[in-house]
Design a protein around this ligand. Structure first.
Ligand code: SF4
Ligand code: SF4
Length: 282
């Protein structure tokens, strides 16, 4: 089963839930899809090791063959090519690597080279493999790296995907094709606002989902009431506990520092399995 852990905004404790759930489930892989700022690895002692680079094909123009007809510039939806007077200008940072300009060119003037966007690294411990994608500084498009790191998921294992925060393309890419989405939120007005945005996105994707309230006790009960009124399963409430915050600051998973919490995460997993079974009519 593939489970994505997402949130409408950063700083809700999404990574804490991902890491501790993965460590509690057994025979699980953890894949950190927050390629701009992966931080699941901070909870593991072993250093991450490079697996491979991830890139996209970008065009190279043969100006001896190019007639400056402008067809490639007309085709490019991302305005990465401009033909002005007798000059062809290529803005590599805008290119999405779709390959369309190569296909459309009537003079065979376009070939391709790889533009490296970032890397995939592997880590974790003896019990759990961890992969993450790492977008190069200054690169604007993380989605190809998210797709590539998701390919590391083993079909024989339970897999947790730690999604990027927010509700934009990277988060949607990370959540798509999961069997279940956990939305992590805080019980505050801001938390509720961002949760509602995330709920709309997950409903559109059509994946079953539930909510985990993190730092329960710091706000009010509006998130709980919203879930109840909307029929959204509340999977767990993790209290605003100073001991948890201390462990977090030292990079120690909750289930290692306070082993009794493992049961809370096992119960989250059990609830997810029950919901998915019902959805599948099993
Ligand atoms: S389509 Fe081909 S020939 Fe025309 S401007 Fe682009 S690269 Fe040059
Ligand atoms: S590969 Fe696609 S996005 Fe990149 S320049 Fe060509 S048409 Fe534009």
């Amino acid at each position: 089963m593939k489970i994505s852990v997402a949130s409408g905004k950063g700083g809700t404790g999404k990574t804490t839930i991902s890491v501790n759930l993965a460590l509690s489930m057994g025979d699980t892989m953890l894949i950190d899809c927050d390629v701009e700022e992966p931080n699941c690895h901070l909870f593991f002692k072993e250093p991450m090791e490079k697996v491979r680079e991830v890139g996209i094909p970008v065009p190279v123009f043969d100006m001896n063959k190019c007639t400056r007809c402008g067809k490639c510039a007309e085709f490019c939806q991302y305005n990465a090519i401009a033909v002005i007077k007798e000059k062809l200008l290529f803005f590599e940072e805008l290119c999405h690597g779709c390959g369309g300009c190569k296909i459309i060119c009537p003079n065979d003037a376009v070939s391709e080279t790889e533009h490296v966007l970032g890397i995939i690294e592997k880590g974790g411990n003896d019990d759990m493999e961890l992969y993450h994608g790492l977008l190069k500084i200054g690169e604007p498009f993380g989605v190809p790296i998210i797709k590539a790191v998701k390919e590391m998921a083993s079909p024989d294992k339970e897999v947790i995907f730690d999604s990027p925060p927010g509700t934009a393309c990277p988060a949607v890419e990370a959540m798509s094709d999961s069997d279940f989405v956990i939305l992590v939120t805080e019980p505050t007005p801001f938390g509720l606002h961002d949760l509602k945005l995330a709920v709309d996105v997950v409903k559109n994707i059509g994946t079953p989902f539930g909510v985990v309230i993190n730092r329960a006790g710091i706000g009010d009960d509006r998130v709980e009431r919203f879930c109840e009124e909307d029929g959204i399963p509340l999977l767990a409430s993790i209290p605003n506990d100073l001991d948890i915050a201390r462990l977090y600051s030292k990079g120690i998973p909750i289930v290692e520092g306070i082993p009794e919490y493992k049961q809370v995460f096992i119960e989250i997993y059990d609830k997810i399995k029950d919901i998915v079974k019902i959805q599948r009519g099993e």
